[in-house]
Design a protein around this ligand. Structure first.
Ligand code: R5P
Length: 289
């Protein structure tokens, strides 16, 4: 198998190629002065299974992916597995108001024409894969990677007391992590006022006083969700708050570090907050193909 790495996922692709013992395709990429992408492939993909690895955020990486898919098809690869570590536009999975584009479906319709199967990592809603893709599409959970990461934190030495998701949508991921760690789990009730404002509430059963909490979410974008969740839990006297997301966009920079004890994301979107890798989870899914 050849691993073809887009420029958004190079380190991750290298790790996956090492774990799976696959060759990394030799690609030369550059950007023209106007930002357009130029790709030249120096490996022969003909007759081979190929896994293209590319996060689709920000938008130029999506265009780059379309060029890579075209190149792999043109090179007569035997099978093309598309790995999108962070599937951007996953949150627009329906028309919330009349006339809105269902962006997740639009992306699905474009990419599925050029590949045989798809692997995503904690896509915002797993239903997107069933609803919008007609090819084999599987979603890999980073729950084990998150649980292992949490156990490497110096404090708490063993594990957090409770894993909390900042909304019901991510509770399943929080529960999976909690189950692996043998910790309690719960969720907050998030009310989204607009794309940048959220409010938090909790059920009567939530008691965090004196307990160490890990907040687990799929995406940190503006960071407002986590900020409000951490503030809420601090007001309720949680002793420690560690934050772990899968996909970290961190549009508000270091803001969360002022309110949380630690902040981490995976390497689906590489950044200074990438503290753990999902490479082995993706490699496992590729090996099952
Ligand atoms: C929403 O349902 C997601 O799970 C995240 O909680 C959300 O996308 C985070 O966005 P932000 O960081 O902008 O609050």
């Amino acid at each position: 198998m050849f691993i073809v790495s887009g420029s958004a996922s190079q380190e991750l692709a290298k790790k996956i190629s090492q774990i799976t013992g696959s060759n990394l395709a030799d690609l030369k990429m550059k950007r023209f002065p106007d930002g357009e992408c130029h790709i030249k492939l120096n490996s022969i993909l003909k007759g081979n299974k190929v896994a293209i690895i590319q996060t689709t955020y920000p938008d130029p990486n999506l265009v780059e992916l379309l060029l890579l898919l075209d190149l792999a098809n043109d090179s007569l690869a035997e099978e093309i597995i598309l790995v999108i570590p962070y599937f951007a536009y996953g949150r627009q999975d329906r028309a919330f108001e009349d006339g809105e584009c269902i962006s997740a479906r639009a992306i699905a319709r474009i990419v599925e024409k050029s590949c045989d199967s798809l692997i995503t990592v904690d896509i915002h809603k797993a239903e997107i894969l069933e609803q919008f893709f007609n090819i084999r599409a599987i979603n890999v959970s980073a729950s084990r990677n998150i649980a292992e990461y949490l156990q490497t934190l110096p404090v708490p030495a063993v594990k957090p007391d409770m894993i909390i998701s900042p909304d019901i949508g991510c509770f399943a991921l929080a529960q999976e992590v909690a189950k692996i760690l043998g910790a309690d789990s719960n969720y907050l009730e998030k009310k989204r006022i607009d794309s940048e404002t959220v409010e938090m509430k909790a059920g009567d059963d939530l008691d965090v006083e004196g307990r160490s909490i890990a907040i687990v979410d799929d995406i940190i974008s503006t960071g407002n969700t986590i900020y409000e969740a951490a503030k809420f839990l601090k007001n309720r006297k949680a002793s420690r708050i560690d934050v772990v997301c899968v996909h970290g966009l961190f549009l508000s920079g270091d803001r969360l570090s002022n309110i949380c004890d630690s902040v981490a994301s995976s390497d689906t979107i590489p950044s200074k907050w990438s503290r753990y890798s999902v490479a082995d989870s993706i490699a496992g899914a590729l090996q099952l193909h």
